[in-house]
Ligand binder design. Structure first.
Ligand SMILES: [Zn+2]
Length: 76
């Protein structure tokens, strides 16, 4: 079953969109934070806001994230 067909993904950003979105700075994959409605680039420690389901992929709109405040397990 494709990930985006799960109902839990319906009320957030379209997962198909997430597939094609990359960090505008490092071109790396982004992590979707459903609760915060942000797309997170861990290498750059930036969080891009999502407004009305639209990811705002501008570096000057991104928020610095404090890794100490919200530990994320390392990618496998
Ligand atoms: Zn990045």
């Amino acid at each position: 079953m494709p990930l985006w067909s799960k109902p839990s993904w319906r009320n957030g950003v379209d997962a198909r969109l997430l597939d094609i979105l990359v960090c505008p700075i490092c071109k790396g994959p982004l992590q979707y934070d459903k609760n915060a409605q942000e797309l997170i680039c861990r290498p750059d420690k930036l969080a891009f806001p999502i407004r009305d389901g639209i990811p705002i992929m501008w570096a000057d709109q991104a928020r610095d994230i404090d890794p100490a405040a919200k530990p994320v397990p390392p990618a496998a």
